[in-house]
Design a protein around this ligand. Structure first.
Ligand code: GAL
Length: 356
């Protein structure tokens, strides 16, 4: 199992803690106990957004240890795109005595093995970022989901695109009154990819802008794949492309890479929009390589996930966390455009919360 240096260092730290701790168990008095052991498995540790979320979670855990008077032990596993490996990792976490298991599902349609193991052992599971269908979440009493308000990302990206078209005549390069676009999509079947593409385009149209789809390509959230796919689309559609809707920032940056490699002068670039508001994405908005992005609150999701894990561990009051239907935590998105980019950049270098 390959791990990033940062995760490795973290694991050494948490292993030292582990030697001195006792486990955290449900407690009738709702009183915090000495330690909380959390097992986390990631669908792919190299995913930019997910790894940023893990860094935020680790920083928050360090801050909360004092506040909660609890040692927090976190073991992070990389499932490397294999659902079978992820199932085995969850089995190991349960054997290792994790109080709570957090799962970034590889295959969002295949949570059954994990749900069955957790139910049998009476361990709470928090799924995050890759949403399972509601029926699966209903299959146990101790299952939760932490993510974002999915529809908002596409709607906000569409609003940014429509405003650019209306306010900037140069965006309509061929001056035909129609926004010719291509889409770079995330993984097929991922809830965010499906919804972002659909709502981004429908919002542009709802805002009174006519559109024409030239093409699309699936690039699995990945910058290098996106660069390759965009290079093909540039050969096929060339300067007819006026707008690129990328389902995330890494793919938008891959588009920027392709435009640079093709040596297209910046004044002839299409409008490039992403989603996530990763640090590199926001910097690209600041330097105008991307026209905008939509902030996906990695920090907020990380913090709410740890809060939930803690309350589940101590048998605390979940009400204060404001769960929807007793099971869901969903955080809002925010638009990031060149003029307000600094408050997001500032947030990433300090506590990574946008100061709105
Ligand atoms: C999305 C995010 C993508 C990618 C994906 C992984 O929410 O926008 O960049 O991280 O999750 O599941």
């Amino acid at each position: 199992m390959k791990r990033s240096k940062k995760l490795f260092i973290w694991e050494i730290m948490v292993s030292v803690l582990l030697m001195t701790q006792i486990g955290c168990h449900m407690n009738a008095q709702n009183k915090a106990e000495e330690s909380l052991k959390i097992g986390i498995t990631l669908y792919n540790q190299y995913d930019t957004f997910v790894s940023a979320m893990m860094n935020d979670l680790q920083e928050y855990a360090i801050a909360q240890e004092k506040e909660w008077e609890t040692d927090i032990i976190i073991d992070i596993y990389n499932a490397s795109g294999s659902q079978i490996m992820q199932n085995e990792q969850v089995e190991k976490m349960i054997e290792d005595g994790c109080d709570v298991v957090c799962v970034n599902l590889v295959d969002r349609t295949e949570p059954t093995v994990i749900i069955d193991m957790a139910e049998k052992n009476n361990i709470p599971v928090i799924f995050f970022n890759r949403e399972l269908v509601e029926e699966d979440l209903e299959r146990g009493n101790n299952l939760y989901y932490v993510g974002a308000k999915t529809l908002e990302s596409g709607i906000m990206q569409g609003e940014i695109a429509a405003a650019i078209f209306k306010n900037n005549v140069k965006a309509d390069k061929n001056a035909d009154g129609i926004f010719q676009y291509v889409v770079l999509e995330g993984e097929a079947g991922h809830q965010d990819a499906i919804v972002r593409t659909e709502y981004s385009v429908s919002t542009i149209v709802d805002n009174g802008v006519r559109v024409e789809k030239l093409g699309y390509a699936i690039a699995n959230w990945n910058r290098a794949q996106s660069q390759t796919k965009m290079a093909h689309m540039l050969l096929e559609y060339g300067e007819n492309i006026e707008l690129v809707l990328a389902n995330n920032d890494d793919m938008a940056l891959g588009v920027v890479d392709a435009l640079k490699t093709a040596e297209i002068p910046t004044e002839e670039w299409p409008v490039v929009l992403g989603i996530d508001g990763t640090e590199i994405g926001i910097k690209a908005v600041k330097n105008r390589e991307m026209a905008g992005t939509v902030y996906n609150d990695a920090n907020g999701q990380a913090e709410r996930m740890l809060d939930l894990a803690y309350e589940l561990c101590i048998g605390g009051e979940l009400e204060r966390l404001g769960l929807e239907d007793g099971k869901y935590i969903r955080l809002p998105y925010a638009k990031v455009e060149p003029d307000d980019v600094d408050k997001f950049l500032h947030s990433q270098s300090s506590d990574s919360k946008p100061h709105t």
